[in-house]
Every structure is written in structure tokens, then in C-alpha cells.
Design a protein. Structure first.
Length: 380
């Protein structure tokens, strides 16, 4: 293997500079601490049985079950977030996959244990709920929740059906999980030659950099190589997508929505017209996009504009590589405009290693944040 290929291959996770990786000990310093919270969630879950069929007995019981659901939810989210952040560091690591799977199964158990709550609240006479709120002031915290629950009344099923749907959540998430592992752990891209003629491993993180190259052959090679690898798996990917679509259709039908689109939008009180107007507006403005493409083709002096020509700058001498350290300084300077508290949080994010910067083999691609109050972690 040529030396240049070795130098330009993705590193293993353990080969990364520690200072450029996030510090997950902010969430759990030791595996035992994660296990302890895992057990705490299990113990809270077991307590929900005491409230089944009793929510209409008193305001205190209604408040208590909602507080327990909140407590278990906050703690569970932290347990799950940590497990999935660990998996995202290296999706090919079976131990990390196992931890994430355990967290997901815990979530399924929690959803099943709390499935009775909403059907029972909706089964109460409206006056009973109003009386409970007047008797217990802490229930006023849930005013908006009660309002949104009422809006979803026709889509909330019986307690028994809700429990079954909760149990089905894990297997129905199969298509998404399969694609995550395929896209971040299994698929590999061949080496291509950069502008200097060196062999470099093509990765999702480097893909846009290649598409910004002034050398059209580099852009074309990157585009066709990446999409060519995905095309080799077209049947597997089509089946995975089909499974995901069927999951959405199943959810919409079983919850009595008119369509999967309605099921996605109605819980957030978003009219379907918002979605359709967005599509219609984009189509209406297509001539502007086509005009831009014609301008790009002209400025790049191309006989034909291809998909791999859409990212390269249209004017010369604009290339300005920005190092991570330079980017940090720019972000910190910009954050001062948001006030002292905001800029201190950004500064802490850098100093306390809330950010995972470099690519490594098996790492989840793309940038995504995870909010864990008061901690926030971001991966690039």
C-alpha cells in the first residue's frame, strides 16, 4: 500500500488526539454510574403499576404519576443519550451497539409501563380534570400538556392498545437502525486521487471538500465513486426504505390519521397546508434556480453543468482553508454579540470538550447536537 494512502486513511477512534474529542465523563464518569441510573429508571418503571386505573381518584395521584413519568423520562433520556453518543463514536464496536440496544429496550419498557396514563386522563370527565387542577396548583404546570392531549384525543387508543404500540416501537425502528449501522459502520469507499495526485480515502466528511475542488476530474471522481458504492447496495437500501415507509403508514393507520403526513404534523398542530405550500412555492420558484444554474455554467466555463459542479466556487481565488483553531476564534468572537452569558457557554463548550471534531472509522457522519442540561455535546 502506498505511503500516501496510509497517511490519508481514516484513523481508528483510539488514534484521535484526545483534545479534539468530546468528554463524555461530563455525563457519566464511570460505567457503574450509567448502570446505576439504568437501574433507577427500572425501579421507577416498576412503580407505575400502583397507579393503573386510579388516576381519577385524586388530584394527588394524577400529579404523582405525571411527576414520576417526568422523572423517569429525564433520567432515561440521559441514559439513552450517553449510550448512543458512545455508539456514534464507533458504530462498528459491538460493545457500544449492545449498550445502545439495552437503552432502547429500557425505553420500550418505560413506554409500555406508562401507556395507560393518557387513555385514563382522556377517560376522565372534563369537570373532574378541572377540579383536580383547582385542587392541586402544581397540576397547572401541565396545562399545555392537557391542551395538546385533548387535541390528540381521537388518535390516542385504549390503554391496552397503547401498551402494544409501545412494545412494537422497538421492532418498528429496525429499518432506521439497520441504515444507521450500514451507513456509518459497514459501507466503505475506495481511494481517489486528490488535486496533487495523491491517493486519499474517500469519506463522507471529505466528500464536500472534493466537490469544492477546482479540478473537475476530482469532483467527478468523488461524486461517481461515492454514489457508485451506494448503488451497489440499491436493493438492500430500497428494502430498508420500504420498511421505514411501511412503519410510518402503520403508525398513521393504527392511530387513525388520514395519512402518514398528517401523523407527522398534527401532533405539533402544523396544518398539512404548510407542507403543501412549501412544496408549491419551491416549484413556483424553480425558474430562479434554473437561472442560477445557467449563470454557474457560464462562470465556470463548462459545456455541461453536472451534479458534481454545484459546490465549487464560481469565482477564482476564493479558497481559504479554515483550521479548527481559527474557527473557534471566529465563533467565540461572534458569540460576544449574544451577550456575556451566551459567550461564556460557548467558551465552556470548547474548554470542557463538549465537541467531537475529527472523523474516525465507524463514526456517525454529519453534524448533530445532543442537549443534556446543563451540558450540550456536538459532533462534526
Amino acid at each position: 500500500m502506498p505511503t500516501s494512502t496510509i497517511l490519508h486513511s481514516l484513523p481508528k477512534r483510539h488514534e484521535l488526539p484526545t483534545e479534539l474529542t468530546w468528554d463524555l465523563t461530563h455525563i457519566y464518569a464511570f460505567a457503574e454510574a450509567w448502570e446505576a441510573d439504568f437501574t433507577r429508571v427500572e425501579n421507577i418503571i416498576s412503580g407505575f403499576e400502583d397507579y393503573v386505573g386510579k388516576l381519577d381518584e385524586s388530584a394527588d395521584k394524577l400529579l404523582k404519576v405525571l411527576q414520576l413519568r417526568d422523572e423517569s423520562g429525564q433520567l432515561y433520556y440521559q441514559v439513552r443519550a450517553y449510550a448512543h453518543l458512545r455508539q456514534s463514536e464507533d458504530n462498528g464496536d459491538s460493545a457500544r451497539q449492545s449498550m445502545a440496544d439495552r437503552a432502547d429496550m429500557l425505553g420500550t419498557r418505560r413506554s409500555a409501563a406508562t401507556a395507560f396514563i393518557e387513555p385514563q386522563i382522556l377517560g376522565m370527565p372534563a369537570q373532574t380534570l378541572r377540579d383536580f387542577i383547582s385542587q392541586e396548583k402544581e397540576l397547572e404546570l401541565y396545562d399545555y400538556y392537557f391542551e395538546t392531549l385533548e387535541r390528540r384525543r381521537t388518535h390516542v387508543r385504549s390503554a391496552e392498545v397503547e401498551e402494544v404500540l409501545s412494545q412494537a416501537g422497538e421492532p418498528l425502528s429496525g429499518p432506521a437502525n439497520v441504515f444507521t449501522l450500514f451507513n456509518n459502520a459497514d459501507i466503505k469507499f475506495p481511494n481517489i486521487k486528490n488535486e496533487d495526485g495523491e491517493e486519499v480515502e474517500l469519506t463522507k466528511g471529505r466528500y464536500i471538500q472534493f466537490l469544492e475542488s477546482a479540478n473537475q476530474s476530482v469532483r467527478q471522481d468523488a461524486f461517481q465513486t461515492m454514489h457508485g458504492e451506494y448503488a451497489k447496495w440499491k436493493n438492500t437500501l430500497a428494502a430498508t426504505l420500504s420498511g421505514s415507509v411501511k412503519t410510518n403508514v402503520f403508525d398513521a393507520r393504527v392511530r387513525r390519521y388520514e395519512s402518514a403526513l398528517d401523523a407527522a404534523l398534527q401532533p405539533d398542530a402544523i396544518p398539512a397546508s404548510v407542507y403543501h405550500n412549501l412544496i408549491a412555492t419551491a416549484r413556483e420558484r424553480l425558474p430562479v434556480l434554473h437561472r442560477y444554474f445557467r449563470l454557474r455554467k457560464k462562470l465556470l466555463k463548462l459545456d455541461q453543468l453536472n451534479l458534481w459542479d454545484l459546490y465549487v466556487p464560481m469565482v477564482q481565488s476564493v479558497e481559504k482553508p479554515v483550521s479548527y483553531e481559527e474557527a473557534k476564534k471566529d465563533v467565540l468572537a461572534a458569540s460576544h454579540l449574544m451577550g456575556r452569558e451566551y459567550s461564556l457557554t460557548v467558551e465552556k463548550a470548547f474548554d470542557a470538550r463538549w465537541i467531537d471534531v475529527p472523523e474516525n472509522e465507524g463514526k456517525t457522519s454529519g453534524a448533530f447536537p445532543t442537549a443534556l442540561i446543563p451540558r450540550r455535546l456536538t459532533s462534526f
